[in-house]
Design a protein around this ligand. Sequence first.
Ligand SMILES: Cc1cc2nc3c(=O)[nH]c(=O)nc-3n(C[C@H](O)[C@H](O)[C@H](O)COP(=O)(O)O)c2cc1C
Length: 368
Amino acid sequence: MTLSRRKVLSLVGGGAIVAAAIPAAAFLNTRTPQAAVAPWQLAGSYADPRKNALSFALLAPNPHNLQPWKVELVGEDTVLLWQDTDKRLPETDPFDRQIIIGLGCFLEQMVLAAGGAGYSADVSLWPDGEEGPVARAVFAQGGAADPLAAHMLARRSCKEPFEARALAADAVAALSEYAGIITDARQVVQLKSLTWDAWVTEMETPRTLMESVDLMRFGKAEINASPDGIDLGGPFLETLMLAGVVSRKVQADPDSRGFQEGVKIYNEMLFATPAYAVLTSSDNSREAQIGAGRAWLRLNLKCTALGLSLHPVSQCLQEYPEMSAHYDRAHKLLAAPGETVQMLGRVGYGPGVAPSPRWPLEAKLLNG
Ligand SMILES: Cc1cc2nc3c(=O)[nH]c(=O)nc-3n(C[C@H](O)[C@H](O)[C@H](O)COP(=O)(O)O)c2cc1C
């Protein structure tokens, strides 16, 4: 995650502190966690078509960037995808609904990457029942390339304010084939306050706040050592760390000045939103969750193709008691009775952002 200079200056209270906090200008140029983002350069460089497709799949969006996947290569043509049950979010995602959505994103990106390289990947879900792998994919020559595959390396979740301009009408029409797109001014206002209220609830609930704080990686060394979770890196955030404005202690203390400034930044971001995308399902089965993940990945790639940014805002969809009023409101606003809202995201014209860290393929392969 990177912060704009404007935000950083507001946080440290002025340029003098920034200057004092930086021992040498060179420091700023050395803060990119190169090892943690190396998998973005390695994607597509493997000879085995399965590893090649997996090297893109692991760049898929997933909750809190936990990367809850493990993969096993079987024989010459088969991949088994397992859920890594050590990577869970028990406080904010107690039923693993979002984790499974992330695995759906992974599968879709694997299939798209296989197609781009001339292979098909025939996916069966839970082929051995719910205790077994999440999916088995059998690769064969002859897959067709999907134009969406061209955008896999440029795709991001953009956690930034979006420009104050409406989505172009043709973009709304194109995206409506991928998700429900909400541009109606009244509904957009309702969703801004819902997403804000839900985010505040997560922050005010100590155990859900701490779930995030425990996953924060502060600065280049921590990010390279654990390329997952919530990465707080880049020259400006590291400047704030040197100035003592950002630290694990500050992020865990809602009364601290640094925390309060972060709240303002998040408020500004959530309200700088011209439109939303929503995915619902008629049931909340595991298959529907995988389907939502596959659809979300395609939506994210289509946004990238259209020059638009997408940012999931999931707090109001989370299933724990303190969130239930916001959950009910989200379902009232966004779903028909009996349906489940699987994903909600901000859509708009956002700035370019850096790729997020990933564990390399070798760390996720159970064999091979
Ligand atoms: C099911 C799901 C829920 C997510 N919820 C949020 C969210 O509430 N807030 C947020 O900032 N990002 C959310 N994300 C985005 C992830 O944080 C992001 O995918 C991850 O950090 C990797 O970054 P990338 O998508 O830019 O590669 C979600 C992603 C998924 C798949």
